[in-house]
Every structure is written in C-alpha cells, then in structure tokens.
Design a protein around this ligand. Structure first.
Ligand code: SAM
Length: 290
C-alpha cells in the first residue's frame, strides 16, 4: 500500500470532507463539555500545493483553488468558516500569495478547533506519512500522533472517558476489502460508543458503494449522507463521486450542509452536483454515471 494523500490534497473530495469536518467541530465544541476526537486515517497533516505531488495531478485546481476564487457575496457561513481555516493554515507559511500555497489535512483542521481540555488522537499507519505527521505536530502537546492502525484504535480508544466524541474515518480504499474492514470496525465502534459522532468518507465508484450505503443505513438511526458528483471529466484518480456519511450528526448540521453543498457544487462548476440525504432509510447510492 503506498497511497499518498499529497497527490489529492484540496481536490473536490477533500472539499466535501473538510467543509463538513469544520462544521461538525464547530457544533460539537459549542457545548461547554470536553470532546474527544479520533482521526483514524490522518495522512501527513498538511500539504504543499506547489510541491511535486500536488502539481503532478493538479487536483486542487478543480477543488479548493476554484472555491477560493469564488465571490464571497452570498457565500454560506459554513463555507466562509472552512475557507478561513484553510487560509489560516496557509498563513503559517509566510505572507499570502495570489494563490493558495498550502492546504491543511484533517488533523490540522481538527487542531484548529480544539479547546483547552479537548483530546485528539491522530493515527497514521504508513511510516513515511506518520513521520511527516509527527513533524507537523512536533512539540504540540494537544495532539497525540500514533503510527498505528486506525481501525484498531477505534477498538482500543472507545468509549472515551469524555463520553462525547467525533471519529473521522477516511481510509485510502486501496485494499480490495476496505469496505468490509471499515464496516467491521464501525460496528465494533458503535457497539462500544453508540452515541458518538462518526464521519465516514467513501468513494462512489461501483456497486460496492451501493452495498456499503445499505449496510451503513442498517447500523444507526440518525444519519446524514453528503455526496458530491462530478459532471464533467473525471479526476486523474478515476474518482467521479464521493460521499461522507455522518452517523449521529449534531443538531443544525444538516441545515448547514443543505446551505453549503449546493453552493459549493455550483461554484466548482462543470456540472458538479451535491446530494444531501437524511435519515437511515436504505436509499441506495445510484451507480456512477457513465
Ligand atoms: N484524513 C486525511 C485528510 O483528510 O487530510 C487524509 C487521509 S488519506 C485519504 C488516508 C491515509 O490513511 C493515508 O495516509 C494512508 O497511509 C493511511 N492509512 C492506510 N491504512 C491505514 C490504517 N489501517 N490505519 C491508519 N492509517 C492508514
């Protein structure tokens, strides 16, 4: 397995996942109670959009770069907050340039939202990515980086003593049995910590995604599924659509995503569509369009 998120940082899939993540964190930290956050597949933490990997695919150009160029007049508040978090990360690297130079991965977005007393564990399995992640947070005692299997961490760390938690599960889907492993780990996690909020990213490429969506629907009552579908040319990675399933979403999250996602889809252009599906009804994910 040699997945490197640097090739895909800031693409349309990251935009979907991260606008939702920033909003989930905002809503979950609004209560004056401690929060536990687990990023099971954390990646390197942050990405250089002018580095070799990002330039090789150019995927950010049709994702975050396009969104940054959009007018702000009618921008929904969740998008404003997401772009502010992205810009805050970029500013760490010096004076702002005309175009975004660095993009925050999920651990950076989580770190930005943490309050004193919250707890954050970021797991990354690949040694090279884990080393980059450790360097990203060197000296930062608010972030516990583990070079570890994120699925095992779901077993080991749940339920958290805080009794309030957000678990982001964002695997690379390189392995043929990733959907099965994910479902097993999620079932286990929900058995141990049924009230936790779980955000699960997955690619919508074939019937495996349809089966997965059906299995997810049977797992928990409260769910919201967010989806972005490309209308035009497919990314070099072959990804034409992706989804984020959120189990036990906080109050007001659905409303925020119903405002944000259609706006984002329109600004990404080229026929990109947003779908927000509530409830646990087993609405199958249609096969991707040819
Ligand atoms: N969540 C990151 C973000 O949004 O910025 C991106 C993560 S990337 C899609 C998936 C990562 O999972 C890769 O860096 C890969 O090395 C790592 N990975 C693969 N298998 C893993 C496992 N079993 N446990 C933890 N990390 C794993």
């Amino acid at each position: 397995m040699n997945y490197r998120h640097g090739y895909h940082a800031g693409n349309f899939a990251d935009v979907l996942k991260h606008v939702a993540l920033v909003e989930l964190l905002r809503l979950l930290t609004a209560k004056d109670k401690k929060l536990f956050v687990l990023d099971t597949h954390a990646g390197a933490g942050g990405y250089d959009l002018e580095g070799g990997e990002a330039l090789r695919t150019g995927e950010a150009a049709t994702g975050i770069i396009r969104l940054c160029a959009a007018g702000r007049a009618d921008m929904p508040a969740p998008v404003v907050r997401y772009l502010a978090a992205v810009a805050a990360y970029d500013r760490k690297f010096g004076r702002p340039r005309r175009q975004l130079g660095h993009y925050p991965g999920s651990p950076r977005l989580i770190r930005l939202a943490l309050r004193a007393g919250d707890r954050f564990v970021a797991c990354e399995f690949q040694p090279r990515e884990a080393l980059a992640l450790k360097r990203e947070f060197a000296g930062d005692r608010a972030v516990e980086v583990r070079q570890a299997d994120g699925y095992q961490a779901l077993k080991a760390l749940l339920p958290p003593p805080e009794r309030r938690g957000l678990m982001l599960i964002d695997p690379p889907f390189e392995a043929a049995d990733e959907f099965e492993r994910l479902l097993r780990a999620l079932r286990h996690g929900l058995r141990r910590f049924a009230t936790g909020c779980y955000a699960v990213w997955y690619p919508v490429k074939d019937t495996a995604a349809t089966d997965f969506a059906g299995a997810l629907a049977a797992l928990a009552l409260k769910q919201l599924t967010l989806e972005l579908r490309l209308g035009g040319p497919v990314e070099p990675s072959g990804l034409a659509a992706c989804a984020l399933a959120v189990i036990n979403p906080p109050w007001k999250f659905e409303q925020a995503m119903r405002e944000a996602l259609p706006w984002i889809a329109e600004r990404l252009g080229h026929g990109v569509r947003a779908i927000v599906r509530a409830g646990s009804a087993s609405a199958p994910v249609p096969a991707p369009e040819p």
